[in-house]
Design a protein around this ligand. Structure first.
Ligand code: ACM
Ligand code: ZN
Length: 766
């Protein structure tokens, strides 16, 4: 509890309100009064933390003498983790112990969260503040605690980048992965290569709407810019003062179209594309800085000019960024140019390489050698495993976790950032009025539930997992407000994933602390998303009866609902126990507190079709990141979202043929069977080309082969439908759906060469 102005005004605060959750916090009787007499004492070694605290408390502290009221920083080498700290608050003093400046800094970030949020504004003047006596000892679970930001697709101001770094520091995150170059823009000033500034930093126009909207339309506005070296130095110094390491990412060999637009000789020559035999110095058509999203075929040619260019670029990068790691990208590099380039083919022969994947490995290894010779280490996306991993490389695992498993088993360090749990450019709510996002569905709770250690690793192997990071790709994030909306509060959940021990994590408790933390984010002027007052609904079946269960994340609130399609209000029924369902219904519900509706109204249509309540099996287990409500979810009366394939209703399978079987206890006459598949090719999701439906009667069966139509109203969905007379009016015992996987993703598409995902929705039987 915090008390202002000598107990005349009290503010209740939840006791455990720190994010990320400390390892250990005990509460004691009494409190320390932070007042105008409080002294802050620290040795030079703890300058950063001490000065941060001083500045934070400035308006409150006015020096007076002779009163025993101190905040003391103490070096304590018995604290073994360099990022660890202890705080003791008692009526006489606050003692902050740490073994390093960074540990002391994290102690101050914790102390900050024990103080009223209003202090953040610097406007809370000359009040005494009581801090409940407590003892905290704390240290991180992982040494790599990061957030990524793509500034190539959209760019953000220096002021904003500093605000982002401030948030990382407050949450004890220590790494900012700055994605500085991509097809749509080169954002770091490189003095040796002025065309990077003149050409590569600008695109002529930008795609409007989503990539899957057809036809593509453009806004006609030139877009771009770059960070000058002076700005970058300023940002790096700012981050250092907050113990945030910036890892710059210079993408290679792919995502290089902007650089190739500026310097065409960095791309593959077109000798094999034309059979004239004459060596050209550039690609066929002039390449421009990309105006739309996706994966592009223009990649660096592994020739002398390219290596000289990249080494020159890296020389300047190394001057600006003191980080141990340099991120060299490595993801999504289509090999078509290399396959058709005389130089590349000759190089493959000369080096005795097997194929273009080994050529990529040759490329990355060469760059690794260069960076190692300068005392740095490389980190790259998990594609750098293909064709052989460079000897000292750290792998950033984004396509699921298998890259991490492979790398860790081979003794390489890994950073976890799988799309399923770490891509904050995905939708975070099922509300249809969310701002346009790339796709997917990653609600706060799923981020919070992430365990960076893949199950497949032994304890020994798991020591190679350095930590995890949230990624923010900005194709669909043009403004700083929207970026904050996507980043918060998922960044808070990620901070706890990487800092706190799994046994100290508790989602319900996190939500309570987050509700408190809203105040701090408000005064810090952060445009966070608030989905805490949304309702979570689930079908449950018990003793052959189907029920619908409503829940809300935060306690002490009332849920009211209707079943007739009307909007819930203060007169609607209060939800007390799960609602029995025996026919098709629309449930609408909302959370109320103090006679006010909080959050948005939840709507769920339940289609009580003939398979609801039947038995179902699938011959394969859905991918663990996309297991929805399990097999049962395919016949629970609820269809998945039209735009969020990662919700509870869609089931995802990676590269597998699947067979779904629905059994009816009592054979029934049916008139139709229908289902649908997601077809989000940008996210590697492909509807099957065809499926087979087997309908089994008493002693025979029919098989209907169904090709999936090329396009439908929603380009992301493909429907299949089977109806009478083929079902022949006889009682059906079993329905089987045979769903072959689409196969390998074709060349020219995102993720080419990888297995496609299959996502299947409700199987509706009427
Ligand atoms: C990535 O998302 N292409 C690393
Ligand atoms: Zn080439």
């Amino acid at each position: 509890m915090l008390v202002f102005g000598c107990a005349e005004k009290k503010i209740e605060t939840a006791k455990a309100q720190i994010i990320p959750m400390p390892v250990n916090q005990e509460f004691r009787d009494g409190h320390f009064v932070l007042s105008s007499e409080t002294e802050i004492n620290f040795e030079e070694e703890f300058n950063v933390a001490g000065n941060f605290l001083k500045a934070f408390l400035e308006p409150t502290l006015k020096k007076k003498k002779g009163v025993e009221n101190k905040i003391n920083f103490v070096k304590d080498t018995s604290i073994l983790n360099p990022e660890g700290y202890r705080i003791e608050v008692n009526p006489i003093h606050i003692k902050i112990s740490a073994t390093t400046a960074q540990g002391a800094f994290y102690a101050v970030q914790t102390l900050r969260q024990l103080l009223p949020a209003e202090l953040e504004t610097g406007k809370l003047k000359r009040k005494d503040i009581a801090i409940a006596a407590t003892k905290i000892s704390d240290q991180p679970q992982f040494s790599y605690r990061g957030m990524h930001l793509d500034v190539a697709r959209h760019m953000f101001s220096v002021k904003f980048i500093k605000k982002y770094i401030d948030a990382l520091a407050m949450l004890k995150m220590n790494t900012f992965h700055w994605h500085l170059t991509d097809d749509q823009g080169w954002r770091i000033e490189i003095k040796q290569y002025p065309k990077l500034q003149e050409v590569a930093a600008f695109r002529d126009e930008t795609l409007i709407g989503h990539y899957s909207d057809q036809p593509h339309r453009f806004d006609g506005k030139r877009y771009g810019g770059y960070y000058t070296q002076e700005e970058i130095k300023d940002i790096v110094a700012y981050a250092q003062e907050r113990f945030v390491t910036i890892i710059p990412e210079i993408e290679m060999p792919g995502h290089a179209q902007a650089a190739i637009a500026a310097y065409p000789e960095l791309g593959c020559a077109s000798t094999l594309r034309h059979s004239s035999g004459q060596e050209a110095s550039a690609t066929d058509e002039p390449v421009e800085v990309a105006k739309e999203w996706g994966v592009f075929e223009e990649i660096y040619c592994p020739n002398k000019k390219t290596f000289a260019f990249l080494e020159g670029v890296l020389d300047e990068v190394l001057e600006l960024f003191p980080s141990k790691y340099i991120h060299i990208g490595g993801d999504e590099a289509p090999k078509t140019r290399w396959e058709n380039c005389a130089h590349c083919q000759a190089l493959i022969k000369k080096e005795g390489l097997k194929d273009e994947h080994e050529l990529q490995s040759y490329f990355i290894t060469k760059m690794e050698k260069y960076l190692n010779s300068k005392g740095r280490q490389i980190i790259g996306w998990d594609e750098i495993l293909e064709g052989g991993l460079a000897p000292n490389a750290t792998v950033m695992s984004w396509r699921g976790t298998s890259g991490a498993v492979e790398a860790a088993k081979a003794g390489h360090n890994v950073v976890m950032t799988p799309t399923s749990h770490c891509y904050f450019d995905y939708y975070q709510s099922e509300n249809e009025d969310e701002p346009l996002a790339i796709g997917g569905f990653l609600p706060l709770e799923k981020v919070y539930g992430f365990n960076p250690i893949p199950e497949e690793l032994t304890t020994e192997e798991s020591t190679y997992v350095l930590g995890a990071q949230g990624n923010i790709w900005t194709e669909y994030i043009p403004t700083e407000d929207q970026l904050e909306y996507m980043a918060f509060p998922r960044m808070l959940a990620m901070s706890e994933v990487v800092w706190s021990k799994p046994e100290n994590k508790n989602h319900e408790d996190f939500v309570l602390r987050l509700e408190q933390f809203h105040k701090r984010l408000d005064v810090l002027n952060v445009n966070y998303a608030n989905h805490l007052y949304e309702i979570d609904g689930n079908v449950v079946s018990q003793n052959d009866t189907t029920y619908y269960k409503l829940e809300t994340l935060t306690k002490g609130k009332t849920i009211r609902y209707t079943l007739d399609g009307s909007e819930p209000d203060l007169n609607s029924k209060i939800y007390q126990s799960q609602i029995p369902i025996s026919q098709s219904t629309t449930i609408k519900a909302a959370v109320f507190k103090d006679k006010k509706q909080l959050g948005k109204t939840f709507t769920q249509n339940i289609n009580f079709h003939k398979a609801v309540g039947a038995k179902i099996t699938i011959n394969k287990t859905p991918h663990k990141a996309y297991s929805g409500s399990g097999a049962k979810g395919l016949i629970n009366g609820i269809s998945g979202s039209d735009s969020r394939y990662g919700d509870k209703e869609w089931l995802g399978f990676w590269g597998e043929d699947i067979e779904v079987t629905i059994y009816f206890e009592k054979p029934i006459i049916i008139n139709s069977i229908e289902t649908r598949f997601y077809d989000g090719n940008g996210q590697w999701i492909y509807a099957p080309k065809h499926i087979a439906m087997r309908v089994i009667f008493d002693n025979d069966e029919i098989i209907a082969n169904k090709f999936l139509p090329e396009s439908s109203e929603n380009p992301n969905l493909k429907q299949v439908f089977c109806e009478q007379p083929i079902l022949s009016n006889r009682p059906v015992k079993t329905i089987k759906l045979l769903v072959p996987n689409y196969g390998t993703i074709p060349e020219g598409k995102q993720g080419a060469g990888n297995k496609a995902w299959t996502f299947i929705d409700e199987i509706i039987v009427n």
